[in-house]
Design a binder for this molecule. Structure first.
Ligand code: SF4
Length: 119
């Protein structure tokens, strides 16, 4: 005699429903920081105290870039013209997030060796 096929019991269904809710919460929770990063105004300003920023010659003012030290710099390049900048393209002042430096904001008029022009 074989046992009848059983339907998923209520505890299993409850577990699956809970997992779905947890996954949704994690997704929504994960999106909020991205929104905050995009705004960037609340993030600490990046400085060369950050080892990666230092290694990539980040400066909050592109006019101070020394081409002998940063030979890839081309006059006029600055963060708000870079594809990694998360503020308003071309903004003249202020700070916003940068995809290269998560958790920090960069100056719209800054520059680093990871500069990549928006296409
Ligand atoms: S990657 Fe672009 S936006 Fe980020 S600091 Fe460097 S130049 Fe600025």
């Amino acid at each position: 005699m074989s046992e009848p096929k059983s339907k998923p019991d209520s505890s299993r269904r409850a577990f699956l429903a809970g997992a779905a809710v947890a996954a949704s919460a994690a997704l929504v929770g994960g999106l909020r920081p991205m929104t905050a990063r995009a705004a960037g105004s609340k993030l600490p300003h990046l400085t060369d105290a950050n080892a990666m920023a230092k290694s990539l010659d980040y400066t909050p003012n592109h006019n101070t870039v020394k081409t002998a030290q940063s030979p890839t710099y081309k006059a006029g390049e600055h963060c708000s013209l870079c594809r990694f900048f998360q503020g308003t393209p071309g903004q003249k002042s202020g700070y916003a997030g940068c995809q290269i430096y998560p958790g920090y904001s960069v100056n719209a008029q800054g520059w680093c060796a990871s500069f990549s022009a928006r296409s």
